[in-house]
Each structure stands twice: as C-alpha cells, then as structure tokens.
Design a binder for this molecule. Structure first.
Ligand SMILES: Cc1cc2nc3c(=O)[nH]c(=O)nc-3n(C[C@H](O)[C@H](O)[C@H](O)COP(=O)(O)OP(=O)(O)OC[C@H]3O[C@@H](n4cnc5c(N)ncnc54)[C@H](O)[C@@H]3O)c2cc1C
Length: 388
C-alpha cells in the first residue's frame, strides 16, 4: 500500500494533529474494530465506543475553545470520521452525527445559546439531526412538523422518521415550520430540542440492512414546550441554515463512506493474495488485477478530492456546495462498488458472516441514500453546468 502511505504522508499533518490521529487509530484498532461484529450482530447501541470516543474528547474537535472544545481543522475532523468508520461504520456515523447536528448551532447560534449548550456537547453529549418526515424525504420542504409560538415558549407538534441517534440524543437539532408563516419554504425554522421535554416519544427503531448498531428512530412531538431561547436564527431562517449545514455534513458523509471503502479494499487485497485457485493466487489472474487497479485508482482519487474539499472549507472559501456534492456522491458510489467487488473476490466466503466484507457491503448501501440521495446530487451537479 505504498501509494496510500505516501498520500497520507503528503497530507502534512502538524505534530499535534499526528498525535490526535495516532490516538484515534489506536482506539479504532484496539477497541472499536474488535467489537464491530458483535455490535452488528446484536444491534446493541455501542455505548462503550461512545464512552471511549468521549474519553479522547473527540466532540471537542469541532467545538470552539471558548465553549470547552479544542478545535482542529476540518480536514482533521474528516480524517477522524474516516478512521472510526473504517473500524465500525455504525460508530463512525454516531460520532459524525454529533457534528452534523450541532455545527449549525456553532455557525448560527447566539452567544447565549452557545455558552449554554456547547459545553455539554464538548463533554460528550449525543446529538441528532431531525429533518426527514414521511412527507419530506429528498424534498425537505414537505415537512409538516409545526412550531407554534406561545409567549416565551414554542410548542412543537409533529413527527420525524429515520433519525440517527434519535432515541439516544441529549440534543436534537429539529426542523419544522413556523405556524405564523404561510409560505412552505419561508416557514422552515430550526431549534434545539433538549431531551426530557414532556410530549416527546420514541415511536420505533428501524431494523436495518446495515449500520445495525447505530439507532435509527421515528420520534414524535406532542405539544412539547421548548424555550424560545432555543430557536436558532429567526423564524423562517431554517432553509438557509439547512442548506449551509448540509454543505459541511456531506464531506463528513464522504469521509465515512471512504472509511468503509478503505476497509473493503484492504480486506480484498489481503484475501486475493492469500487465496489460491488453479495453482495461482486470485490476484494473479489478469482480469482481477484490472479490477484492483481501477478500485485503487478510484480510492486514491476520492481520498485526495475529499482532502481538497476539506482544505477549501478550512481556507474559509464560501460556496463549496458542488464540491461537497461531488465528494459525497463519488465516495459513496465507490463504497458500494468496492464492498460489492470485495465480496465477489472472496467468492462464497464473502457472502458469509465470518468475513468482514459481508458487513461492509451492507453498511455501504445507505451512504448512497442519506444526506441527499446520489440521484439528487447528480441533479445538483449537472444542473450547475446548464447556462442560465
Ligand atoms: C439509516 C438511515 C439514517 C438516516 N438518518 C437521518 C437523520 O439522522 N436525519 C434525517 O433527517 N434523516 C435521516 N435519514 C433519512 C434520509 O436522509 C432519507 O431517507 C433520504 O434523504 C431520502 O429520502 P426518502 O427516504 O424519503 O426517499 P425519497 O425522497 O422518497 O426518494 C425515493 C427515490 O426517489 C428518488 N428521487 C427523489 N427526488 C428526486 C429528484 N429530485 N431527482 C431524482 N430522483 C429523485 C431518490 O433518489 C430515491 O431513489 C436516514 C435514513 C436512513 C435509512
């Protein structure tokens, strides 16, 4: 894997960043990866992994110092997500969801909100991002959850589906429509919902193909009172906040998908070098070498593109939505292709649970669906080239 070693070296991490990455890699190798099969099999929420991640203070990586964090670069955050996802995709997405949910609070919250809520996150609170509803999937503007102002409170009524960490979260970034605004797009607003408010209920947990240890919940809000102080921005600011936030969570989803792809690539190459048929190693058949060549090249390109997108964001350049879409789409398509081919190269053994590639293939599929399906990303990217 000389090519990938050099790619990693060329990232030029500082000494402090290298130290963090080494710690995360150790955690991934010694704690998270060995337990991944158990959690996949039992569907238990991996509390021990979350505790270990918090022992390293990894939520602090994206929380500003003034609120208890030790912020690193966005590139560093992406590398951490990728390492965790390579070890266990469920654990990777549980961690990344904290970022996806709370980055809007960091970017758009008031000083008071940040002082009140962010130290909890830095100390290890779990967060969830609640957008999707039965009537609002790819088109989030179809949401029906209602925010009705009532003095110093907002009354929340409605329901969300498919919410990662939804049953576990201490803080939920919740999108809904402001009752006093008629226009479907302009009504979208966003608030931080804190665990414990009466009227909140977990309706069901999904029984999924992959990411089985990450909980995916349908949740309901029945007359829940939330302090108006928890509204992010003004009523009607939700859609702009949503779009800005997705632009940062999509590279994070790409990093997660690349973690899965990398795991599959390593397992595939190792197996192809070990397994012999017709007196040769599976990797010695030329057709299979072509496959490895294509996949290695794709992986190197996708890793490099993501690092580039991270650097663009770190440099404070705005308007990186298309680059983020490209990273998400390419990385998740690669994760699916890589895991499918890794199963293929394992032959019948790849179809059985004894080999990790079986789980990786199941874990990969959702990366093409969440945070905007790849059809939606293709549409966004393609449309951007159409002359106005
Ligand atoms: C395990 C899991 C975890 C999730 N976590 C979260 C979470 O934490 N928070 C959250 O809010 N949501 C979450 N989701 C929801 C996820 O983001 C949605 O499932 C996704 O956005 C797609 O919406 P949908 O399922 O309603 O599909 P639909 O929007 O109904 O799409 C159905 C099909 O139509 C296609 N389609 C739709 N619109 C277009 C278009 N404009 N152009 C071309 N094709 C189109 C889609 O690509 C897809 O193939 C999660 C889902 C799952 C399964």
């Amino acid at each position: 894997m000389k090519i990938f070693d050099r790619l990693e070296r060329r990232r030029n991490w500082s000494e402090d960043e290298r130290l963090i990455l080494d710690q995360v890699q150790r955690l991934a190798d010694e704690v998270i990866a060995p337990a991944a099969e158990h959690y996949d099999h039992t569907k238990e929420f991996p509390h021990a992994n979350v505790a270990a991640i918090n022992d390293l203070g990894l939520n602090g990586l994206f929380v500003p110092e003034a609120y208890g964090g030790f912020p690193g670069s966005f590139r560093l955050y992406l590398a951490v997500v990728s390492i965790l996802a390579e070890a266990c995709a469920s654990t990777g997405i549980i961690y990344a969801t904290n970022f996806h949910a709370m980055k809007p609070l960091i970017d758009f919250g008031t000083e008071e909100q940040k002082q009140r809520l962010l130290p909890r996150l830095a100390e290890g609170a779990l967060a969830a991002l609640a957008i999707t509803e039965t009537s609002a999937g790819s088109d989030a503007t179809g949401m029906k959850t209602r925010f009705t102002p009532d003095g110093d409170d907002i009354i929340v009524d409605g329901g969300k589906i498919f919410i990662t960490n939804g049953d576990q979260a201490d803080l939920i970034l919740l999108f809904g429509k402001w009752s006093e605004i008629e226009d479907a797009r302009k009504a979208i607003s966003v608030l931080v919902f804190e665990k414990g408010a009466p009227g909140f209920e977990v309706i069901r947990l999904e029984d999924k193909m992959g990411h089985r240890a990450s909980s995916t919940a349908a949740i309901a809000f029945d007359g829940c009172r939330v302090p108006r102080a928890n509204l992010i921005g003004a009523p009607g600011d939700g859609l702009a906040i949503l779009l800005a936030s997705l632009n940062k969570s999509r590279p994070s989803i790409a990093a997660h998908a690349l973690g899965i792809a990398r795991a599959a690539f390593k397992d595939m190459v190792r197996y192809m070098n070990d397994r012999r048929q017709s007196g040769r190693r599976v990797i010695d058949f030329q057709g299979n070498q072509f496959l490895v060549a294509d996949l290695a090249t794709e992986l190197a390109m996708a890793e490099n593109w993501l690092d580039y997108v991270g650097a663009v964001i770190d440099d404070g350049e705005g308007d990186f939505g298309l680059e983020a879409s490209m990273a998400k789409m390419r990385a998740s398509d690669l994760a699916m292709r890589m895991t499918t081919e890794a199963v293929q190269m394992h032959g019948g053994y790849g179809y059985c649970r004894d080999y990790r590639v079986e789980r990786l293939m199941r874990d990969a599929k959702i990366t093409q669906i969440w945070e905007g399906t790849n059809q939606v990303h293709r549409q966004l990217i393609g449309k951007s080239f159409a002359a106005k």
